[in-house]
Design a protein around this ligand. Structure first.
Ligand code: G1P
Length: 296
């Protein structure tokens, strides 16, 4: 049977953003700008460029700026239109015109698994993507698209993974997996044997870390409903996947592209510098400026 089409992407965005205080006291961390776009817009554009236009955002208290961002801003658009600032107008409209966004609230931050479960009614009985907005991925082929291709091939859930230094594996979900051949290569796609959330480096089965992109199937909701709080006392998506693994194969893709952890101060700065350098309108001037810094 061929795989059902992935049409929806769920964006968990209810976290408190404590790593970015005080900037996130009155503003969601997903709205912090990297160059000139809020962090979450990078993920939304990735979904769009992968062929997904139904966006489900799981929000919480204090997140209304996200809703306003993807909404029509009548005053702003009118202002730009009447002053013939059409290029800016196009920028403001660009994404919101192309996507269909729904919102669901997660009243308490009880974990990633819990956040995904809040989207169950909006997702329904179909496969869907999950995008963790903190992970900004710069790739020629959008990371989600890479995952969707593998999903369509195996008709099974697929996670994004990347190799990380063993000592930092405890910040991630980690997989134990065996390579499988895909598109003539054996070092890109893995079949997962087991997975564990935030293991100690000494107990980690590999250095393959789960990155915030997933293609999931609707039976995951039942699994999320069954798992007990795990790492950090939270309902973990990794634990639900571990349960799901008992009844069906799950794959992982070592995606091509560069991932930035924009939810971390250093990762945020790296994303800002590198994405600014790649910009046509800014890159050359910014490079000159950086060269002039007396760095050793
Ligand atoms: C979440 C997941 C974890 C994954 C990580 C990727 O953790 O639970 O498995 O490796 O995202 O960014 P968090 O960073 O929300 O603690």
């Amino acid at each position: 049977m061929s795989a059902a089409k992935v049409r929806k992407a769920v964006f968990p965005a209810a976290g408190l953003g404590t790593r970015f205080l005080p900037a996130t006291k009155a503003q969601p961390k997903e709205m912090l700008p990297v160059v000139d776009k809020p962090i979450i817009q990078y993920g939304v554009e990735e979904a769009l460029h992968s062929g997904i236009r139904n966006i489900v955002i799981v929000t919480g208290r204090g997140k209304s700026a996200i809703e306003d961002h993807f909404d029509v801003s009548f005053e702003l658009e009118h202002h730009l239109e009447s002053r013939h600032k059409l290029e800016l107008l196009a920028k403001v409209r660009q994404v919101s015109d192309l996507i269909d966004v729904s919102y669901v609230r997660q009243k308490e931050a009880l974990g990633l698994g819990h956040a995904v479960n809040r989207a169950q009614e909006l997702v329904g009985q179909e496969p869907f993507a999950v995008v963790l907005p903190d992970d900004v991925i710069d790739a020629e082929t959008p990371c989600l698209r890479q995952l969707m291709d593998v999903y369509e091939f195996f008709n099974a859930p697929v996670l994004a993974v990347m190799e990380v230094p063993k000592e930092s594996i405890s910040s991630y979900g980690c997989i134990d997996a065996e390579p499988v051949s895909y598109n003539g290569s054996r070092n890109k796609v893995y079949r997962i044997r087991d997975l564990v959330e935030k293991p100690k480096p000494s107990e980690a089965p590999s250095n393959l870390a789960i990155i915030g992109r997933y293609i999931l199937t609707p039976d995951i909701f039942e699994c999320i409903g069954k798992v007990q709080p795990g790492a950090g006392g939270e309902i973990q998506l990794t634990d639900a996947l571990r349960l799901q693994l008992r009844s069906r194969p799950i794959y992982a893709v070592k995606f091509e592209g560069k991932r930035y952890d924009a939810g971390d101060k250093l990762g945020f700065l790296q994303a800002t510098v590198e994405l600014a350098l790649k910009r046509e309108d800014l890159g050359a001037a910014f490079r000159e400026y950086l060269k002039g810094l007396n760095l050793r």
